[in-house]
Design a protein around this ligand. Sequence first.
Ligand code: ADP
Ligand code: MG
Length: 338
Amino acid sequence: MLKSMKRKALSGELALIEEIRQRAGRPSGAVRLGIGDDCAILRSPKGSDLLITTDFSLEGRHFRRDWHSARSIGHRTLARGLSDLAAMGGRPVAAFLSVALPISAVRRHGWIDGFLGGFMELANAYGTVLAGGDTSQSPSEHVLADIILLGSAPTGTALRRSGAKPGDDIYCTGSLGGAAAELAQLEKLPKRFRAATADQNHPHLFPAPRVKAGEALRKRKLATACLDISDGLSSDLAHLCESSGVRAEVDAAKLPLHPLARALSEKTGLAAALHGGEDYELLFTARAEVKMPRMLGGVAITRIGRIVARRKNAPLMTLIGVDGTRTALAPQGWEHLR
Ligand code: ADP
Ligand code: MG
């Protein structure tokens, strides 16, 4: 009994890996050998540093199968890692995808197809080879996915969080608050409509990692510090300030609100932009004398504040309201294990 069950699960795993291998296509670039052997083989990039990041995507924590389509879950799983590479100006090289799947997901018609479709579409758009992973049956009813992303950047040029200096300006890419606003919409949607959405104009369901903007920042040496906004502007800006040993002032009136956030009340829209999280935009600083282009890598750039020197008893971050009032800005974005 046990043995036959094991066999069945195994043949399922092999068929699934074969499906993944076919969809991943032929290895290219730095990947000499992809899916199919015990390890992938990558050529060490000459004159480059290797950037490596890993991200969990856990059902019930990062997504819900009754809210997110399989396509969206596949897309978001990879987008999180690509956004980390973007934040350091890395060029994506290869992805490794480990998944634990409950039988309910394997049996549900089209689920795996949708998941891999969403994943591979984004991978192909950014020249990321799916070079390996692991596949297991989930011990619970939850889908668990872990992504490892490898990227490269010419030696010593990767962007860091730690280089911001007093006098620098603070910028962000794209728009803020859209992901939180869309998530709030999803929560209110009747169940049968939730998972259906499949097109790409959705900041929460299909975030666009700013890989090209990050590469442009690195190549043109524009940024003194950079990170991606995954937890929320207030939390991620706090990380930048702490790493750089500086303070920040943010102009509320300058924040580029996503249309979905602008459609909310002024207060809720501002909160979505400041604390919402999962916008996957880049937050970066640049010297005040730098002439910043209005667009980078196809995405708008907005100046949203400035870096100032640390001072005793002064808050790490200050929000300057539309009416000029100054209030302390506390990190109120997403934090696990709080
Ligand atoms: P092993 O047991 O030797 O680790 P596996 O059967 O787990 O081998 O995997 C076989 C091949 O398939 C490996 O090259 C592995 O990287 C790849 N692979 C397994 N699962 C995935 C997945 N979810 N995504 C991409 N590649 C995978
Ligand atoms: Mg394995």
